[in-house]
Design a protein around this ligand. Structure first.
Ligand code: SAH
Ligand code: SF4
Length: 352
């Protein structure tokens, strides 16, 4: 699929043509990764962040947010639940902060890998290569770092660098791959300033980077952020701005599946937030094969407010497990067992 075909699909509005796209993506999903939906237990270990991304409610400049950091014991309680519930992976996610010490994370990873059969995914933002190496050596398997947009000018506008440093998430993803991590990238759909051309470039970059995991969800405005407050001043011209809709998100999931057939693609909580009735299922039927049930203790969960109105914020870990299992069964799919690593069709590309 080339750039023009991608653009045509992104602008397609005919319902029967779109049904065909979703059917093609669903078939590609079944052939490449099967019917299993892998469950990745999400633990939001801290909402502290040193950055000021213009879109995100955890940004350092949000003074009204009460900050928290879980203790290692609290994290291990969630990890034990992941084992009990039969999940194959835990994802440790947080804002980006040096107060989340690299050694502390490495100890936690060693503890999880020593005591459980779980795969460990980290999503802790932009850190140094030494820190990434330390975590890989401690046994972490995967790293999620969405590059947010492939367009440099837009990236610089919405993701200001730390003083005196250049931010380049695409370069970091390549380094993470070299260190032996499975790598995950992605973008928000309908980010103000995101044009159809830019989004087509994002999709091509998923393929170029040969991502093992691709996460896409709708951009959701947060009132305590510059983008949330002045969204219209950042938006592209009418007809060029990508909408942050459910339909557009499912389209991008489908195109991602066709471009990166073997990748693990989650049906995200952001998608479930804009359609609480069946957003998860829509994602899973458009090419996704992963869901991330939340394991974060409820008292912290509501403080991890990347965007407002997040789905499942008052649920317990047990409720998330039961709800997602029910939704997976209802669409005739099965729950994956084991770590659910990325499969590769070409054996010469096998990574450790
Ligand atoms: N601090 C880490 C991980 C937490 S943020 C990092 O930045 O990588 C995880 C993801 O949430 C971000 O990559 C971004 O794509 C998404 N996100 C942030 N703000 C959002 C918003 N307002 N709406 C939807 N998704 C958002
Ligand atoms: Fe921090 Fe990540 Fe939010 Fe940016 S997106 S402000 S790095 S938590």
């Amino acid at each position: 699929m080339d750039r023009n075909e991608i653009l045509d699909w992104l602008r397609e509005e005919d319902a029967s043509r779109l049904a065909e796209l979703f059917r093609l993506a669903d078939t590609a999903r079944r052939e490449a990764v099967g019917d299993a939906v892998h469950l990745r237990g999400l633990i939001e270990i801290s909402n502290d962040c040193r950055r000021n991304c213009l879109y995100c409610g955890l940004r350092a400049g949000n003074a009204v947010l009460q900050r928290y950091r879980m203790t290692a014991d609290e994290v291990m309680e969630c990890v034990n639940k992941a084992v009990e519930y039969g999940y194959g992976t835990v994802v440790l996610q947080a804002g980006e902060h040096s107060a989340i010490e690299a050694e502390w994370v490495a100890d936690l990873v060693r503890c999880i890998k020593g005591r459980t059969p779980l795969a460990v995914t980290l999503s802790l933002g932009e850190r140094t290569l030494e820190e990434y190496r330390l975590w890989r050596e401690a046994g972490a398997n995967r790293y999620l770092l969405r590059f947010e947009t492939s367009n440099r000018a837009l990236y610089e506008r919405i993701h200001p660098p730390l003083p005196g440093k250049r931010s380049d998430r695409v370069a970091l993803l390549r380094e993470l791959r070299r260190l032996g991590f499975e790598i995950g990238g992605g973008v928000m759909i309908g980010l103000p300033g995101q044009t159809y051309e830019i989004l087509a470039g994002d999709l091509l970059l998923f393929r170029e980077l040969d991502l093992d995991m691709v996460g896409v969800g709708p951009y959701l405005p947060h009132p305590e952020t510059p983008l949330g407050r002045e969204r219209s001043t950042f938006e592209a011209a009418a007809g060029e701005q990508v909408p942050n809709s459910e339909g557009m998100t499912c389209k991008v999931i489908a195109l991602t599946r066709l471009l990166c057939p073997e990748s693990n693609i989650p049906s995200t909580t952001a998608l479930a937030t804009i359609n609480t009735a069946d957003g998860r299922e829509r994602g899973l039927c458009s090419g996704a094969n992963v869901v991330m049930p939340n394991l974060t203790p409820p008292r912290y969960r509501e403080l991890y407010e990347i965007y407002p109105g997040k789905a499942c914020v008052t649920e317990t870990a047990e409720m998330c497990r039961d709800c997602l299992r029910r939704r997976i069964a209802a669409i005739g799919r099965t729950v994956g067992t084991g770590p659910g690593a990325r499969r590769r069709c070409a054996p010469n590309l096998q990574t450790a």
